[in-house]
Design a protein around this ligand. Structure first.
Ligand SMILES: CC(C)(COP(=O)(O)OP(=O)(O)OC[C@H]1O[C@@H](n2cnc3c(N)ncnc32)[C@H](O)[C@@H]1OP(=O)(O)O)[C@@H](O)C(=O)NCCC(=O)NCCS
Length: 191
């Protein structure tokens, strides 16, 4: 589990109250990455509304932080209500941190979260010509069966096990501790 250092940063869940960090990260995406993330060019206003909606809909967000700044996010959003078995996953990684294994580490964490929530089908919100995203998904073929025509993946071994739940709890505890250290470091920094 890549919990601590990935290319000089850490991966942890985003907590309620970190809306501003997510918005600022999405706004920093270059034009091409923004279009790939949202399936086409979108205006700043769209991102404003999108971020609010994401936190309202209880999405599971894993963030990649470098020196306390959010540089990448994997968003897992259940499709439907109640005990949904299908979800959508989408990634956004800022250009300087692309192709450094961050997407792979984020997908690993997201797959664990999906499995623990009983998700069986994962839709990758990606354009059919997004080769890097497809290559990334292919790396996880052992855990995820993909239909690359429509970019839909079936999560293998969909049932949570005590160990898979424990792995997520341990990763979250670690991430929470790191988040708290980050807050403390900011409070202690001279103004
Ligand atoms: C697509 C994206 C999520 C991939 O994440 P990433 O961190 O760049 O990818 P990784 O470094 O983990 O690489 C994953 C695989 O992609 C392929 N890959 C990575 N960089 C590549 C490059 N420059 N050229 C070709 N293939 C590449 C490799 O197969 C790699 O696996 P490997 O390192 O084991 O060989 C990321 O680039 C991104 O956020 N792009 C902008 C937004 C977007 O496209 N989102 C997806 C739709 S929601």
């Amino acid at each position: 589990m890549h919990n601590v250092l990935v290319d000089g940063g850490i991966i942890r869940k985003l907590w309620v109250g970190e809306t501003d960090k997510y918005r600022a990260h999405l706004m920093r995406l270059d034009k091409e990455s923004r279009a790939n993330r949202f399936g086409g060019g979108v205006a700043d206003d769209f991102i404003e509304n999108f971020v609010k909606l994401t936190f309202d809909l209880d999405a599971v967000l894993h963030g990649f932080f470098v020196d306390g700044t959010l540089r990448g996010v994997a968003e897992l959003r259940a499709l439907g209500h109640g005990f949904a078995e299908e979800a959508e996953v989408a990634f956004s990684i800022e250009k300087p941190w692309q192709s450094h294994g961050v997407g792979s580490a984020l997908l690993e964490r997201t797959l664990l979260a999906a499995r623990n929530r009983g998700i069986k089908l994962l839709h990758m919100a990606c354009l059919a010509n997004n080769q890097r995203m497809i290559d990334l998904a292919r790396k996880f073929e052992a855990e995820l069966k993909f239909d690359f025509g429509s970019v839909v993946g079936e999560v293998e071994a969909p049932h949570p096990t005590p160990i898979s739940v424990w792995r997520e709890v341990v990763a979250d505890t670690h991430g929470f501790a790191t988040a708290m250290l980050d807050v403390q470091a900011k409070m202690l920094r001279p103004a």
